[in-house]
Design a protein around this ligand. Sequence first.
Ligand code: NAD
Length: 252
Amino acid sequence: MWNLNNKYALVTGGTKGIGKATVLEYLRLGAEVLFTSRTQKDIDLVLEELKEYDKKFYGLVADVSVAEDRQKVHDFIENQWGRLDILVNNAGINIRKKANDYSEEEFRKVMEINLSAPFELSRKLHALLQQSGNAKIVNVASSAAMQDVGTGTPYAMSKAGLLQQTRSLAVEWAADGIRVNAVSPWFTVTPLTKGLLSESDRMDPIIKRTPLKRVAEAQEMASIVAFLAMDKSSYITGQNIVADGGMSINAI
Ligand code: NAD
């Protein structure tokens, strides 16, 4: 069971960073994967890179915050697979600003993509997940869900909400054969954090606080997202795995 053989998986935001690393890990572990992104260009670049894998994979242009696009994803899965074994709600954004500098529109956008979309997509795909009989949802949250890490209040609120969504749906959908868990990364090398990671005045205190003395690589998150999707993690539901190099248990 240390594999994802014969599993059908959907990864949102699968063309970059943690999402892309997850797509690669899932294919290596034997899953058939559908990934989404907002542009065909990004999808084509990844499809080209994936050619070496002998598993089946598909890319679909879909914005997770748009209802018609979520319907499109649902219809694709229904027609192609007839069931869904794994849903990874990975797509996320941040607008790094002080609370008072946020426009209502910016606030709404962060909440829609990071919090509402995983809820709506999970509900939209519920029947297909139930059809699996042994499905898993993995939500990619953040250290920012639990502590202020200086990356903005709306982002922190959206990820904290996603953790409660994880717990509540885990209880509500356990009887439907669906486990729901979350992974909370600390700073990880991806396009989302590229700018920040190059600012040494911002990064020095972050590394100092982190016992492992480095930020994470995207693959280190993908391996946790894979474990939570495996039948090997069958007794875990409603949990949040904090992958932060020890940051949150370091008081000095
Ligand atoms: P990234 O920006 O590198 O990749 C995010 C992916 O999501 C991209 O492919 C992007 O196109 C896609 N995306 C964004 N909005 C979308 C939308 N509306 N519809 C569909 N796709 C959309 O980011 P990342 O660092 O890999 O982040 C992945 C997840 O991990 C996010 O939820 C993020 O909040 C979380 N996270 C990242 C870090 C980090 O340090 N990188 C830390 C904590 C949490």
